[in-house]
Design a protein around this ligand. Sequence first.
Ligand code: APR
Length: 236
Amino acid sequence: MAAPTIVILTGAGISRESGLHTFRDPDGIWARHRIEDVATPEAFARDPALVQGFYNARRAALRDPAIRPNAAHEALAELDWRWPGDLLLVTQNVDDLHDRAGSRRLVHMHGELAKARCLRCGAVGPWEGDLSPETPCPACGAAGGMRPHVVWFGELPLEMERIEAALDDCGLFVSIGTSGAVYPAAGFVREVRHRAETLELNLEPSEGSHLFGEARHGPATVLVPAFVREVLARWG
Ligand code: APR
């Protein structure tokens, strides 16, 4: 049988063992910050310095040398290099750990912390340091319009056409380290479950766990390398 198209959805849980916080766990980001204060277009319009400070801290945390891709990111990169069929890794994560591990067929549907966007000219580019309301745009020179290139609540996720095309074609759908609380990502399993194998790999059952054909529960650094070995032995 030909190797099926694989679509893999990842969330904050895959980066937890690299030292980054998830959102909805008891020690998660949304236990310490209110979404409506830091992660909506209205919050940015009201208090851009506060919103930028929140993302500046998260961007700075990514540059900590202790924060590195873990065995789960590395296993998915190996699957990307070795998989003979189509594959798309769709991450909700704004960190760059999949990129650093070497995944190439990758979509950051919620944007990237390591990029900034200018609301004046639309330019998107790499961004390593802090942003402030005074930061000028490197492309057009205007100040006052630079924002993190992340998708806030109430905004449309990125590259949805490419994601939907992969889901249409998908024979195996795997969801890793995501609580299934945020749409549209949480709805992908419903789109594919009647024609594709579906597998959840998560520390605990997610909100949509019952929608998957199979669910395995445990840490991503254990479950993901085992899954990759298995799928490569089956079709690779
Ligand atoms: N291995 C596997 N799964 C884990 C691990 C781990 N080591 N640690 C935690 N998890 C699981 C948790 O049990 C939880 O189900 O990861 C999931 C993380 O869920 P959330 O914190 O809700 O993160 P995520 O699903 O990525 O959130 C989706 O919400 O606010 C946002 O935009 C943000 O992209 C994010 C979106």
